[in-house]
Write a new protein. Structure first.
Length: 123
């Protein structure tokens, strides 16, 4: 601990989920629903990125444009936590994501925190 700051290093999993901004789950934007589920499951971190252009399983190109009012830009949601937590999330994603890609990778994480109570759960 240095100056009240904690540093924690560990192995984790990172999920990257690719889909379209117009995708919904139970009437709510899919990215909002997934972030809410992550928070409910106490997942360490989730962030949503809006893309400029891309395609996924549908091979339909989705793009952002200043000239149209299209709200179907590509979205990537990045989620990080220990493997056990990610494994708890996957069954929920199975029901929530109707069309999209999910990439899972092993990552090394360095987490800084001022609050020692916020360290991630260990086995």
């Amino acid at each position: 601990m240095q100056g009240g700051k904690m540093k924690e290093e560990f192995q984790a999993r990172m999920l990257r989920i690719y889909f379209g901004e117009s995708d919904k789950w139970r009437g709510k934007a899919l990215h909002e629903a997934i972030v809410a589920k992550c928070q409910e499951l106490s997942i360490a971190g989730a962030i949503v990125y809006r893309g400029i252009e891309g395609y996924g399983t549908s091979t339909r190109i989705r793009h952002s444009s200043h000239w149209t009012l299209s709200r179907d830009t590509p979205v990537m949601l990045s989620i990080i936590d220990r493997e056990e937590q990610i494994n708890m999330l996957i069954p929920h994603l199975d029901t929530m994501v109707e069309e999209g890609l999910i990439a899972i990778s092993q990552v090394e994480v360095i987490r800084y925190s001022r609050d020692p109570e916020k360290t991630l759960k260990k086995d």
